[in-house]
Structures are given as C-alpha cells and as structure tokens.
Design a protein around this ligand. Structure first.
Ligand code: PHE
Ligand code: NA
Length: 452
C-alpha cells in the first residue's frame, strides 16, 4: 500500500470540499426551494438547519475522516466492525449519482456551445424535450447515436484524469482552477442579472416573507433536506476528503468555512436566479410566480429563453452554462473519489487500478441515460436516491455514531485537540437529538406523500 495521499495546502482541501458542496443544488435547487417554502421567512429554518445539522454533521464527518484516515467504509469499520455497511451504502449512493450526474454536465456542455447561436430558437422547452433529448439528426455516427455522447465521453475522460493524478495533483489542482473561475463567472452573471429591467420585482418576490410558513413542519424538513444535500453530507464524500488532511488541521474551523461558503453561494444563486426570473416575467408580461422552476426545467428550458432576451446573450449564456459545467464537474470528482478510495482500501488496489475500474464501470452505466428516455429515468433514480437512499443512511449514520456515547466523546476530544473552536453541548445536542428527529420526521413525511 502506498503512503496515504495528502492535500498540499489547507486552501486546497477547502476548495475541494467547496467544489463538492457547491453544485447544481445551489444553483437550481435552492432558489425555488426557498421561494416555495416561505421566501424571506425560509432563512430562519434554513439558518437553523445549517447550525444544528449541517455544520455539526460536517464536523462529525471531518473528524471521522481525519481520525481514522480512511474512506467511509473502512472508517465506519474501525469505529465498529458492524458499521462497515453504512460506509458502503453511502458509497453505493454516490456511485449511482455518479452515473447520471455526468449526463447533466454533458447537457450543460452542449448548451454552452448552443449559447453562441441560440440554437434553441423561440421555444426552448420544445427544443429541449423534442429535439435535444431525442435521437435527432444532430446525432453523431449516423442517426442512432445521440449527440450527448461526445460531451459525455469528454466528461469521463476529464474525471478519469483528475482522479488518476491523485489527491494533490488531481483533485486539489482541478478545484484550484475550477472554483475561482466558477465564482467569478457566477458573480458576473448575478451582477448582470440584477441590473436587468424587472430584476427588482423578482428579488421582491424571492425575499417577501411568508411568516406563516415557519409553523409548517414540511418547511423545516425542506430546510434540513436542502442543507444535507447541499453540503454533500452522508454521501461518504466529506469523510473521504478529510481522510487526506494532514495530522495538524483545524477541523471545526474548516467545517464552518465550508458551510458558510456553500450557503453564501446558495444565496448568491437565489439572487441571480430570481433577478433573471423577474426580468423574464417583465419581458413576457407574466408573474414571477408563473415562471419559477427548478432543476432541469430551470436550467435547460427557462434559462435559455432568459438568455435569448438578454443583451450579449452569447457571452452570458456561455457564463451560465459554463458555470453549471464547472459546478457539476467538481461535484462529480468528489462523488467518484468515494468509491475509488473505498475500492482501493478494500481490495488493496493502486489508485490507478481503482480509478480505471471504478470510472469505467460508472461510465458504462451512464450510457443508459444517454437516450430519449434518459430524463425520466434520471428523475426517478434521483428521486429515490435523495428521498430514501441518502436520508435513510444519514439517519443510520447519525444514530450509530451520536448515540454511541464512547465514540461521540472520542470524536469530540479528537476535534478539540486540533481545532480552535471547542465543541461542547451544542454539538452533541444537535447530533443526538435534533438531527435524528428531523431525519426521522423527513422519512415519515416522504413515505406519507408517496403512499397517497
Ligand atoms: N452538494 C451538491 C450540490 O449542492 C450536490 C451533491 C451531492 C453533489 C452529493 C455530489 C454528491 O449541488
Ligand atoms: Na451545495
């Protein structure tokens, strides 16, 4: 076994963790979630969720990775042999996500290219569903092969090389390049968006507080759900990344920085998206609430139309879809590293062997989505993975660790021995009581909605 790899600098680790956290969830999930769950009033449950679940769990995962210097499966096994499966479950969830995430990144690559000529024409929705997703004449190698195959292969080659080069020369270096470019591009888009006509109406709608929402349990669940997904918690990612930290590393501080950086980006995205939606409503004479969308619909159906109506559309289209590509790629690298690390340790493989096996397998499966039915399949898999896969294993993780008194005390001592900020009652109470209650409630709500 080679010596365990390490990050070159603290900033390198932080950029990699932010690269994982900052993703499509910030750009296309947060804005609509906040809007639909109380607007300005949503920030109260959201901030609560960040401070009582997001950051405490991030501290816990960073401490596990740092203390046991292992990928998730081996780290849980070291805590207790009966817990190894929790790590594998998380790795499996990440593996599944890594088979459809690159499809979205590939769409974003195609749309970056389409931005130059606004290939989507006057009806971006029809274009996306009927022309783009079908096996169209735009297909390569004859009509049977969808055009998305070329960017998809490119994405896998990029991910393969980043992971192949290792922690410092691959993951860290890539994020040192991607994240600054992402932040600058995104800032430019947001500045442009808030200066468009109608932008302020959009922002008014976004921030208008519906105070009654605070009394609604489902709003709190939405806030915690957003925080878990957005901080890449319970995906084996943060344990894996922190296992590459040098012995002397401030854990608690790093968790606060990651958490606040991710939320800042999320807020920025909310402002940018709603300014742009306000502009769109203004152009078409609609209400902002009529044009609000999230996910694939927001990115590939609503945004192309907004971009077409903007001055310098080619430039801003490139910035927007380019941002999606960078945000997606850095998250993609982080989810893939979980099974690379897991495989390496389990089968005593070299990094190169594990990367080759892991990415080839995921790439082969990703082809399943590269066709007409791809979007539906992607939606279904994404729904189950997020609502059951992650929430459930998150609950198992928190119960296994936080209610295992000896372990939680040891983690506390470990984190305190390297960090400036001391962990005390707040941390334990969040982990032992608040987070399990919310996750349990979340599971019940999900089951109830799906049964009816
Ligand atoms: N944290 C990412 C986001 O907010 C989503 C993600 C979760 C990415 C898990 C990879 C793995 O978009
Ligand atoms: Na995020």
């Amino acid at each position: 076994m080679e010596k365990r790899s390490q990050w070159g600098t603290r900033l390198g680790f932080l950029l990699a963790a932010m690269g994982s956290a900052i993703g499509l969830g910030n750009i296309w999930r947060f804005p609509a979630t906040a809007f639909e769950n109380g607007g300005g009033a949503f920030f109260i449950p959201y901030l609560f969720a960040l401070l009582t679940a997001g950051i405490p769990m991030l501290i816990m995962e960073y401490t596990i990775g740092h203390k046991y210097r292992s990928s998730a499966p081996r780290a849980f096994k070291r805590i207790s042999p009966g817990m190894e499966w929790i790590g594998w479950w998380q790795v499996a969830v990440s593996f599944v996500i890594s088979t459809y995430y690159p499809i979205i990144v590939s769409w974003a690559i195609m749309y970056t290219y389409f931005s130059f000529g606004q290939d989507w024409g006057n009806d971006a929705t029809t274009f996306f569903i009927e022309d783009f997703l079908s096996v169209s004449e735009a297909g390569v190698f004859g009509s049977m092969v969808p055009a998305v195959l070329i960017p998809l292969i490119a994405v896998w080659i990029i991910v393969f090389f980043i992971l192949f080069r290792g922690v410092k020369r691959g993951i860290e270096l890539a994020n040192k390049i991607f994240i600054p470019i992402l932040i600058i591009s995104f800032l430019l888009i947001v500045i442009r968006a808030i200066t468009l006509p109608g932008a302020l109406t959009g922002l008014d709608e976004f921030f208008a507080p519906d105070w009654s929402s605070i009394a609604d349990g489902s709003v709190w669940v939405a806030a915690y759900g957003q925080i878990f997904f957005s901080l890449s918690i319970a995906f084996a990612i943060m344990i894996t990344f922190s296992s590459y930290l040098p012995k002397k590393s401030d854990i608690t501080n790093n968790a606060f920085i990651t958490g606040f950086a991710n939320s800042s980006f999320e807020l920025l995205a909310g402002i940018g998206v709603f300014a742009a939606l306000g502009f769109m409503a203004n152009q078409t004479g609609q209400q902002v609430s009529d044009v609000v969308e999230s996910g694939v619909g927001l990115a590939f159906m609503v945004f192309p139309e907004i971009i077409s109506q903007m001055p310098a559309s080619g430039f801003f289209g490139t910035l927007f879809f380019g941002s999606l590509v960078l945000a997606g790629l850095s998250s993609m690298v982080s989810i893939s590293e979980t099974y690379i690390a897991g495989l390496r340790e389990k089968f005593n493989l070299s990094r190169r062997a594990a990367v080759t096996v892991g990415t080839s397998l995921a790439a082969a499966i990703s082809l399943l989505y590269a066709n007409q039915g791809g979007l539906n399949l992607l939606d279904t898999v994404d729904y189950f993975i997020n609502n059951y896969g992650v929430a459930l294993v998150g609950l198992f993780e928190i119960v296994a660790i936080a209610w295992f008194a000896r372990e939680v005390n040891q983690l506390q001592t470990h984190a305190n021995s390297v960090s400036d900020i001391r962990l005390g009652a707040w941390w334990k109470f969040s982990l032992r009581v608040i987070t399990p209650l919310v996750l349990g409630y979340m599971m019940i709500l999900n089951l109830r909605t799906d049964m009816t």
